[in-house]
Design a protein around this ligand. Structure first.
Ligand code: AP5
Length: 208
């Protein structure tokens, strides 16, 4: 499980860990953005919360987790990116995993300053198709990875970013203590430096 504030690099490192461990990455933010893009009922419900930087309701997130964790692709495990974000989600995920005979092996906590988060987010574009984030490429650029189009996320505008940081401190930070109290190792990793440096720290701390 990857825990950390918005812009700390969870998506970037999640992709690398997924390739390294050959298990899928489940990112609730990506699932929700795809639903918004496709105009599904889930997307219509989630869009308002996301655009203003608020959290989507816990029951919606747990519904997504129930469907994705039971999928055959996740049979050998998964990297959870951006879930869980509230204590009720941590309770709910534990119930789901217990039913499946699974557990959270470790939580990697990305440690980084607010200044660096704002710097990264203000320079970010993401691919509309494959959702890969980029720094320094303008909206409208062709995605170097899949040929899709790069866009700015609506929740990367300054007011929404400020709200996401407030929400992280108020609702997601308590999840760290929840996992520590439930004997799940919380591995704190310095998330500054290049993506390669952060990836090396994570692999070293996870003992792989
Ligand atoms: P989500 O998509 O999960 O957004 P987030 O947690 O706010 O995280 P970000 O995607 O902004 O950042 P990241 O940590 O993945 O960093 P990234 O790798 O992109 O969620 C969006 C919304 O969906 C939420 O606000 C909420 O509304 C809803 N939602 C999702 N899950 C939910 C849940 N469980 N419960 C309720 N609501 C939920 O990197 C950031 C930038 O920095 C990129 O440009 C990247 O290229 C660059 N970068 C990465 N690493 C480095 C580095 N080492 N050095 C320099 N630049 C770097």
């Amino acid at each position: 499980m990857l825990l950390g504030p918005p812009g700390s690099g969870k998506g970037t490192q999640g992709e690398r860990l997924s390739a390294h461990l050959a298990i899928p990455k489940i990112a609730t933010g990506d699932v929700l953005r795809a639903a918004v893009r496709d105009g599904t009922a889930l997307g219509l419900e989630a869009k308002g919360f996301m655009d203003r930087g608020a959290l989507v309701p816990d029951d919606v997130i747990l519904g997504i987790m129930k469907a994705t964790l039971a999928a055959p692709g996740a049979a050998r495990g998964a990297i959870l990116d951006g879930v869980v974000r509230t204590v009720p989600q941590a309770d709910g995920l534990e119930r789901l995993l217990t039913e499946l005979g699974r557990r959270v092996a470790a939580a990697v906590l990305f440690v980084i300053s607010d200044e660096e988060l704002v710097r990264r987010i203000s320079g970010r574009t993401v691919c509309e198709s494959c959702q890969t984030p980029f720094t320094g490429l303008e909206p409208g650029t062709v995605c170097p990875k899949c040929g899709g189009t790069l866009v700015r996320r609506p929740d990367d505008e300054p007011e929404a970013v400020r709200n996401r940081l407030r929400v992280y401190q108020a609702q997601t930070a308590p999840v760290i203590a929840w996992y520590e109290a439930h004997q799940v190792p919380v591995v704190r990793v310095d998330a500054t430096g290049t993506p390669d440096e952060v990836a090396a720290r994570i692999q070293q701390r996870l003992g792989d």
